[in-house]
Design a protein around this ligand. Structure first.
Ligand SMILES: Cc1cc2nc3c(=O)[nH]c(=O)nc-3n(C[C@H](O)[C@H](O)[C@H](O)COP(=O)(O)O)c2cc1C
Length: 185
């Protein structure tokens, strides 16, 4: 209730399965009175981290690269919850999402001890495969990431069995799971 939610959408397909999960999650989260901002990373001009470690000098715009991350930083900083939404690509998140996430390091650089702002986190993922072993690598990545950041996982939707655009529309249980997760916030 009354939480600020920042969704980072790593899917390049604007009407794909991940987007359907996002739509349902957002519907639920708004129903419960939360504020949701979604960034479709594919449509944004975001460059890979340069590894220069020279960021963190400017509160509003902490990275040395002045691209569309400047739109994400203020929303990310204010957010109580960060949603990582992505199709599974090669048993991981997409490049679009990884590139944006790496750039959040500039926010940690604002702290002299490189502490990341504390967030709750959610993973929404669409994939073709539908087995536990298919999701195991990304589960390990996500759990490792948030535990090292000191974040808290508050929900995961693994939506397997979805390859083509629209496949997920036949999976009412997965869409319901995403909506209920939104409502639960
Ligand atoms: C480059 C690429 C790599 C993929 N790798 C995997 C994979 O490792 N495991 C899997 O289950 N599905 C994989 N898929 C299938 C997508 O995860 C699936 O089509 C998903 O529903 C796409 O989500 P979207 O509609 O939001 O784009 C891959 C698809 C592409 C294009």
């Amino acid at each position: 209730m009354n939480k600020k939610i920042c969704i980072l959408n790593g899917s390049p397909r604007m009407n794909g399965n991940t987007k359907e999960l996002i739509k349902k999650f957002t519907e639920g989260a708004k129903e419960s009175g939360n504020e949701v901002v979604c960034f479709d990373l594919q449509k944004m001009d975001i460059h890979g981290c340069l590894g220069c470690c020279k960021g963190g000098k400017d509160e509003l715009c902490p990275c040395v690269q002045k691209d569309d991350m400047m739109k994400i930083y203020p929303v990310y900083k204010e957010a109580d919850i960060v949603v990582l939404a992505s199709p599974m690509y090669y048993w991981g998140i997409t490049g679009q999402l990884k590139i944006a996430f790496d750039r959040l390091f500039a926010v940690a650089e604002l702290d002299k001890n490189y502490r990341n702002p504390k967030k709750d986190c959610i993973l929404l993922m669409a994939a073709e495969g539908d087995t536990e072993s298919n999701f195991a690598p990304v589960k390990a990545f996500y759990e490792g990431l948030i535990s090292n950041l000191g974040w808290k996982n508050i929900g995961i939707v693994y939506a397997g069995g979805n390859m083509d655009i629209g496949d997920i529309l036949n999976k009412k249980d997965q869409l319901e799971e995403a909506k209920n997760l939104g409502i639960s916030i």
